[in-house]
Structures are given as structure tokens and as C-alpha cells.
Design a protein around this ligand. Structure first.
Ligand SMILES: C[S@@+](CC[C@H](N)C(=O)[O-])C[C@H]1O[C@@H](n2cnc3c(N)ncnc32)[C@H](O)[C@@H]1O
Length: 236
């Protein structure tokens, strides 16, 4: 098992919690590019046990509940968890947990599916969470996640090293640290921890995106921003 790592973005998300829904969740990028791309990969969750890993203020938790899923949701930020709890009331179970450490709140083979929207970008070594996800999923269970695309914010003419997992900063208020990684560091940890890749998409902006951010539509139709992936826990 790999070493535990501390959560680099907890303090930033604790501070962002008040403005997150307005400034990030409802932005054209999250609401009309990443969210439709990711939800399109999620199989039927009716009556299924689903883990929302890095639930934030409960955007995916609420959607999964509305689709009939029974949801356990985790996040490292106490403030984001408070917003998620308020949003979803008593409909889901919430735990504070760090994706870079053992997920002790759950037992093996407990979940039919795991969904993680834009949360893994804050974990450097994905072997840890993926090993835990493989343990928590039933054989054949699905794992759908979205992350920043490896080529988003990668400057091919600059001095960045494509092959490095490098810590960068989103210049929000407050600034949010995250990791950019190459494609091999997306796929290899999955394949090495007991998953097979089932579907992969690089979502395109929707009509609603065009309505909200017409000046960004053409650019984002030609360049990848997010990567969405569905993996399945191998049977053995
Ligand atoms: C961009 S938000 C996404 C929230 C939600 N999944 C969504 O799509 O709206 C990222 C979330 O990941 C959480 N997060 C960051 N690092 C984490 C870690 N190491 N363990 C668990 N959650 C983490 C943050 O607290 C934040 O709520």
C-alpha cells in the first residue's frame, strides 16, 4: 500500500464553501460541460448503494438520490460537508474522509458504484484511493469519475514537463492547489488496482454552455477541458 498523503486543498475548500454553489457549481464549465459529460457515463443507480467520493456541496449526491440511489458521501472539507448535508437533508449518509488515506468508514464489497466528480485532482498518488475503491466495490461494480483533462492548462511550448505529476494552483480566491498529470498516470493506477476501463469521454460544451458563455464556446469546442471515465472492478 502506498503512503498516506495529507489533503492539499482542504483549507481552500473550507473557505470556498460559501461561494462554491454560485461561482463554481453553476458555472458553465461545471454545469454544462463536466456534469453532463460525467452523468452520461453513470449506469442505472435505482436501489443501488453508491459512494460519492469528494462530494463537495452535494451536487452529485443530490442527483444520485434523485435517480433512486442510496448514497454515502464523503469529503475532506467540513464546510463543504455542512453544505451537502443541508442540501440533501437526511437522505444520504455523510462522512469526513481524506481520499489520500484509508477509507475506514466502509467495509469491503459494500458499494455497487462509486462516483467522483472533480475531486481526484487534489490527490497526488491515485493508487491509494483506487486500491480503496476496488476494496469497497462489489466485483463488477462501476467507478465513474471526472478530472481536469491532462492537456488542459498544459503549455506545450513552455518549460512544463508533461510526464510529471505536478502541483499547480487554480488562481481562485482563495487559490486552490491541485495536481496535473499525464494520461499514463490516469490509466495505469486504474489498471494496476483491479479495474478495467469501460468508457472514456472528453466532453464538448452543450447549448446551455453556449448560452451562458458564448465567448468561450468556440475555444472549448476545440480544446479538451475535462476527462470523464467509467471503469469496472474486475471480477478477480
Ligand atoms: C471541485 S469540488 C467537487 C465537488 C463535487 N464532487 C462536485 O462535483 O460538485 C472538489 C471537492 O473535493 C474535495 N477534496 C479535495 N481533496 C480531497 C481529499 N483529499 N479527500 C476528500 N475530498 C477532497 C474538496 O473538499 C471539494 O469539496
Amino acid at each position: 500500500m502506498t503512503t498516506e498523503e495529507g489533503p492539499i486543498a482542504k483549507d481552500a475548500y473550507d473557505k470556498l464553501a460559501d461561494t462554491y454553489a454560485q461561482d463554481v457549481e453553476n458555472s458553465a464549465y461545471n454545469a454544462h460541460l463536466e456534469f453532463p459529460g460525467t452523468t452520461a457515463l453513470i449506469p442505472d443507480v435505482e436501489g443501488k448503494q453508491i459512494l460519492d467520493a469528494g462530494c463537495g456541496n452535494g451536487r452529485y449526491t443530490e442527483w444520485l438520490l434523485d435517480q433512486g440511489g442510496e448514497v454515502v458521501a464523503i469529503d475532506v472539507s467540513t464546510e463543504m460537508l455542512t453544505r451537502a448535508t443541508e442540501r440533501c437533508g437526511g437522505r444520504a449518509e455523510f462522512h469526513q474522509a481524506n481520499l489520500g488515506a484509508p477509507l475506514d468508514f466502509a467495509t469491503a464489497d459494500e458499494f455497487d458504484g462509486i462516483v467522483s466528480g472533480l475531486a481526484l485532482d487534489y490527490v497526488q498518488n491515485w493508487h491509494r484511493p483506487f486500491t480503496e475503491f476496488a476494496r469497497l466495490l462489489k466485483p463488477g461494480g462501476f467507478f465513474v469519475f471526472s478530472v481536469i483533462h491532462p492537456l488542459d492548462e498544459y503549455n506545450i511550448d513552455g518549460d512544463m514537463d508533461y510526464f510529471e505529476i505536478e502541483q499547480r494552483t487554480k488562481e481562485w480566491e482563495p487559490p486552490v492547489p491541485y495536481y496535473r498529470r499525464p494520461f499514463s498516470e490516469v490509466l495505469s493506477p486504474l489498471l494496476e488496482t483491479g479495474f478495467r476501463v469501460d468508457a472514456i469521454t472528453e466532453p464538448q460544451p452543450t447549448d446551455a454552455f453556449k448560452e451562458q458563455r458564448p465567448e468561450r464556446f468556440e475555444k472549448e469546442s476545440k480544446q479538451p477541458v475535462f476527462l470523464c471515465l467509467r471503469a469496472v472492478r474486475r471480477e478477480s
